[in-house]
Design a protein around this ligand. Structure first.
Ligand code: ADP
Length: 579
């Protein structure tokens, strides 16, 4: 926690330093005020020559000044700690967000999205609360404790013996409460995580829930999760709330004891009324300080789980980084060469997802990839823009090893339309400009025409200004796919990869997209992964994948003649069409 605080408070350090200083001033004034009060009572009211109004006014004025200063110091420290804590969390959040943006697909596979969201929101709140506690309580309370204890011993060390009983009772009580409450809070955090995950899953998949008429099941599931949170919260907070009665019990017991023994001392003449009054104030300060320290420590302990979770994000090493900082190295052309490439998703994976891949694709070729689900088609193409790094062998794209390029240079020339297409909220035109921020409207239209998207866009009342809604909810699956292809085309890449990107498009439109790619974008290498052989049969070469290996490479006619997997697949699909 302290390491994070030092590292991320940055431009708000002034507020982080000023806050405890102002707190210290507030505490010092808080300790001085009872002393002034003692003088008012003992010297002003019960003075040797009777009441002394002038002295009372003078001391009263002093007390007002101290009180006003204490108020400003308190308010100032509150403002400074709010500035420092929110600034610190802002810096931390930004840093975490930046790290996540640098994550590779492999890094992302490690963290679940709802967990990332919880870490960036709820965990940040916990850390902020602990930060405030450190700045305000951890400085204030020990200082208040030390100074007040010094004062009570100074005023009357005999009476201070009361504290020898009170402080251990309160200390042990608070320790026991925090000890039992801490594990309960940890469980509570986990239950919160589970609730957020279930919420996010439900909201993201609300359409599926409705399609399968699973609303009642989902409601019941959420009710159980929420009840879990409620019960845990009740049990954890129910325990912490005992702090209050314990504090009151000890304080009133002390007051009774101090009143009893103090009263006897006043009667016996070894203590003045003013000293007695100040004593009661210090007593409150001491016990209150003790309770605040325990609260602050508890807050820090709770936040430790959140700090660990934030550190996991910050310490995760992006596994795909630039090996070479040569900005000028660009793809010479759209050629791709796999030399003995093998790939595993993780070191512990038992089997290679790709094994001994050798493949030579010339610039400008149209290549089809066919194979059963799980045969490694997506894995193969994901290596080209370095979404994952090869485990073994060498992958040469555009004349150089992929690792030689700076990542933006490589990805600028390799456009990939992923299987899970995502569009973002905003208009169609804005979404298209993800491909090229400087593209003109004519260029956007040209790309959309090529992806066979122009006609349906024009049919919308607002045309290219149609708002897509979050995640592109306002268009159909097939329309979304075509928009994603157009967006990739706008990059004017040297290589375009379509990973099953026309699965929701009718065969006729699919054919027109391929024709347009071939005619208008000659010179660009295109790789098309498809389930339908009709989608790839006119490609220059077709790769047949099987169980992470290349089973065959050839043209449609060659494969029909010699490759049984391909031949059988074609026959089955043809039957499907004729039926
Ligand atoms: P295809 O595209 O041919 O359907 P994939 O390339 O997606 O197949 O998957 C090949 C193999 O790799 C499958 O066994 C799949 O379970 C595994 N796989 C795919 N993605 C991941 C991932 N992110 N982490 C671990 N294994 C994966």
């Amino acid at each position: 926690m302290f390491k994070l605080v030092v590292k991320y408070t940055r431009q708000f350090t002034w507020a982080a330093i000023l806050a405890p200083l102002l707190v210290a001033l507030e505490v010092v004034l808080g300790v001085l005020i009872p002393q002034v009060m003692t003088s008012i009572i003992d010297d002003g009211i019960n003075g040797i020559g009777g009441s002394n109004m002038a002295l009372i006014y003078q001391l009263g004025g002093k007390m007002v000044i101290y009180s006003v200063l204490a108020m400003f110091a308190g308010a100032g420290s509150g403002i400074c700690s709010a500035i420092a804590s929110s600034g610190f969390v802002h810096n931390l959040r930004l840093e975490m967000y930046e790290r996540i943006q640098d994550y590779s697909f492999k890094n992302m596979d490690k963290f679940e999205v709802p967990s990332l969201v919880t870490r960036m929101t709820k965990d940040m709140r916990e850390i902020r609360m602990a930060y405030m506690a450190i700045v305000r309580m951890l400085i204030r309370s020990p200082l208040q404790l030390i100074m007040s204890t010094y004062m009570v011993f100074k005023i009357n060390s005999e009476l201070a013996k009361v504290f020898f009983v009170a402080i251990p009772v309160l200390g042990i009580g608070l320790y026991l409460i925090s000890r039992f409450a801490h594990p309960k809070f940890r469980v509570l955090m986990k239950k919160f995580d589970a609730m957020n995950s279930s919420l996010e899953e439900n909201f993201v998949g609300i359409r599926v829930v409705k399609t399968f008429v699973r609303e009642d099941y989902e409601k019941e599931k959420f009710k159980t999760t929420s009840e879990g949170v409620m019960n845990q919260q009740r049990s954890a907070e129910g325990l912490v709330i005992l702090n209050g009665p314990l504090f009151n019990l000890v304080m009133y017991a002390c007051m009774i004891a101090v009143s009893y023994f103090g009263g006897r001392m006043i009667i016996g003449g070894s203590m003045t009324t003013g000293q007695f009054m100040a004593y009661l104030s210090y007593l409150r300060n001491i016990l209150f300080g003790l309770m605040m320290v325990s609260f602050a420590l508890m807050q820090i302990i709770f936040a430790q789980a959140s700090v660990d979770r934030a550190n996991e994000i910050l310490n995760e090493k992006p596994d795909i980084t630039d090996f070479n900082n040569d900005e000028s190295l660009l793809l010479e052309d759209g050629s791709i060469k796999f030399e003995n490439v093998s790939f595993k998703y993780s070191e512990n994976a038992q089997k290679d997802a790709l094994a001994n891949i050798n493949l030579d694709i010339k610039s400008g070729e149209m290549v089809g990839i066919i194979g059963s689900t799980g045969s490694g088609k997506t894995t193969l193409v994901q290596l080209i823009p370095r979404l994952y790094d090869v485990t073994d062998g060498e992958l040469v794209v555009g004349g150089h090893n992929v690792k030689d390029y700076k990542i933006p240079n490589l990805r600028k020339d390799v456009a990939m339309v992923l299987q899970k297409n995502v569009l973002f909220s905003g208009t169609i035109e804005e979404n298209m400009k993800w491909g090229d921020a400087n593209a003109t409207h004519e260029e956007v239209v040209e790309a959309c025409k090529c992806a066979q998207a122009h006609d349906f866009i024009e049919s919308f009342p607002k045309g290219y200004e149609t708002d897509l809604g979050q995640g592109g909810v306002n268009v159909s699956g097939g329309q979304k796919q075509r928009l994603c292809i157009a967006r990739a085309l706008l990059k004017k890449p040297k290589i375009i990869i379509l990973d099953d990107s026309t699965s929701a498009v009718d065969t006729d439109t699919d054919k027109r997209i391929r024709q347009a790619l071939k005619e208008r974008l000659s010179g660009m290498t295109s790789i098309i992964i498809a389930q339908r052989i009709s989608s790839v049969m006119d490609a220059d070469k077709i790769i047949v994948m099987d169980d992470g290996k290349i089973a065959d490479v050839g043209t449609h006619n060659e494969l029909m003649e010699r490759n049984t997997i391909y031949h059988d697949l074609y026959e089955t699909q043809q039957q499907g069409v004729s039926e």
